[in-house]
Write a protein that binds this ligand. Structure first.
Ligand SMILES: Cc1cc2nc3c(=O)[nH]c(=O)nc-3n(C[C@H](O)[C@H](O)[C@H](O)COP(=O)(O)OP(=O)(O)OC[C@H]3O[C@@H](n4cnc5c(N)ncnc54)[C@H](O)[C@@H]3O)c2cc1C
Length: 464
């Protein structure tokens, strides 16, 4: 064990940041990510504190021909943040958030988590649309889209990204906005970590909360699909006001009545994007669709809503394989299929969800962001979550086969690249996801990263 050497003994010339090499104290912790299945050993981890550190790390990787992986929140289920024998740029010390309340803009360092941005912006009664879990990285979630509660009124996270500072493969700092290097900003809006290390994001903020209405009536699968059908019809009328998903899970723990423990259930989870009292009235009918297992609905602070599901998904505890595909409509047959798949989950920790779209998300033209087409009505995701390696095959098969079974209901075969399985579908999945935007992304990739230094992501290979 090489735990005694100081940073100056191990850090290559030009790197001031802390460097962790295999065997050094802290190395194993720094290389571990959210999915407990990922066990990769980089050649070197550079714990960056600022843009200069990131530039130095990129320069070192280039000079020594090391592939680069980037870690922000470490939540990517495929484990793209860490690569065997690569140089890992660890941004977890770069979590500062500054709010300009007057201009309603947040300046966010590249390693910040959503809880950092939520807390800072809520001090001013503002928010940027993020995801559903507060310890997901702002960076990874945003760069492939960003689907959260506020999408009804404010769209995806990328729809609120107005500028960024990026260290590109040549170690240069590039500012991108609508006026400066706009091609890069366009590519960051969905194109993932392909173009460089984003050291700072700028988001437009919106008045929100502090109190909002969260509805979460929970029904048993054994009581049938009627509540889901009613919710679907409700969402067709209110997708511009309500961010929502129907989440299939297993009742467990003291928050549920004891007689329901072990039952497969679904939650019609909704956040009203506006005044809490107005939301409470609007969402009430969803809580009257039959006998409920329980009801977690209530008015609460936006930050609390953002953290409600955190304990279900603790970092490093579970083995995971997640897949998702967009759906054109939510037909009765698709609802039946989702219920059947939920009942068949081998692990009680697994969840699967039907996510609604429409609203502000659908208002963005397909060529306005790299993300592409917004005409999908819904998304179906299967999050395989389990504990024991001996159950890997059964759980992988559940997510994978469930995902494949929904293909007839899919929307042009497109998938959400932030739920990429373990990345084994490679470029085929990526091409289909970007559709007509793919070729433009290849050109921008070729301009900013011609040698594909940033390839541990949903990769867009540059032109040869
Ligand atoms: C518990 C959990 C809940 C989730 N909930 C949601 C949700 O509600 N909505 C949703 O849309 N998604 C959700 N996701 C998916 C999530 O968006 C992706 O896993 C995303 O990749 C996580 O980002 P990260 O920064 O935490 O990940 P990391 O693993 O740190 O990074 C993932 C990849 O992003 C790129 N990247 C990271 N930082 C940078 C940077 N600064 N510059 C350039 N590239 C960078 C790199 O390619 C990196 O490999 C969830 C995931 C988990 C595990």
């Amino acid at each position: 064990m090489d735990t005694l050497k100081s940073n100056t003994d191990v850090a290559p010339d030009g790197i001031d940041a802390e460097v962790l090499l295999p065997g050094r104290a802290g190395f194993d912790q720094a290389r571990s990510v959210w999915n407990a299945m990922i066990d990769r050993k980089p050649a070197m981890i550079v714990r960056c504190r600022n843009a200069d550190d990131v530039a130095a790390a990129v320069n070192h990787a280039r000079t020594n021909d090391l592939p680069i992986s980037i870690r922000a929140g470490g939540h990517n289920v495929a484990g793209h943040a860490v690569a065997d024998e690569g140089l890992m740029i660890d941004l977890s010390l770069m979590r500062d958030v500054t709010i300009d309340a007057e201009r309603r803009i947040a300046s966010v360092q590249g390693g910040a988590l959503w809880r950092d941005l939520d807390a800072a912006s809520q001090e001013h009664g503002l928010a940027a649309p993020g995801g559903l879990i507060s310890d997901t990285g702002v960076a990874g979630l945003t760069l492939s889209g960003g689907i959260g509660w506020l999408r009804a009124r404010h769209g995806l996270s990328i729809d609120n990204l107005i500028a960024a500072d990026v260290i590109t493969a040549d170690g240069k700092l590039i500012h991108t906005s609508a006026d400066e290097n706009p091609d890069l900003l366009w590519a960051l809006k969905g194109g993932g970590g392909n173009f460089g290390v984003v050291v700072r994001f700028e988001f437009a903020l919106h008045p929100n909360g502090p109190e909002i209405m969260f509805a979460a009536p929970i029904y048993a699968i054994e009581n049938g699909p009627e509540p889901i059908r009613a919710w679907r019809d409700f969402m067709a009328r209110h997708s511009h006001l309500v961010g929502s998903l129907c989440e299939f899970s297993t009742a467990a723990g003291e928050d549920f009545p004891e007689e329901s423990w072990g039952k497969r259930v679904y939650t019609l989870a909704c956040v009203y994007n506006g005044d809490a009292a107005e939301g409470e009235a609007l969402l009430q009918p969803l809580r009257e669709l039959g006998p409920m297992v329980t009801d977690f609905s209530g008015r609460m602070s936006y930050c609390d809503v953002q953290q409600l599901f955190d304990t279900l998904m603790p970092a490093g505890e579970y083995r995971c394989y997640w897949k998702a595909r967009y759906l054109t409509d939510l037909s009765d047959d698709m609802i039946d299929l989702a219920m059947k798949n939920a009942l068949a989950a081998p692990s009680d920790n697994s969840i699967s969800s039907l996510w609604s779209f429409g609203g502000a998300t659908a208002q963005v033209a397909s060529d306005a962001t790299a993300f592409g087409d917004r005409s999908m009505g819904w998304m179906y995701s299967l999050d395989g979550v389990w504990s024991d390696a001996k159950d890997d095959a059964a759980n992988l098969a559940w997510s994978r086969e469930g995902w494949e079974s929904a293909e007839p209901f899919g929307h042009h075969g497109r998938t959400y690249l932030n739920f990429p399985g373990h990345g084994e579908d490679g470029n085929a999945l990526t091409r289909t996801a970007f559709g007509e935007n793919y070729q433009r992304l290849v050109e921008i990739k070729t301009k900013y990263d011609p040698l594909n230094r940033f390839r541990f992501n949903q990769n867009i290979p540059p032109e040869a």
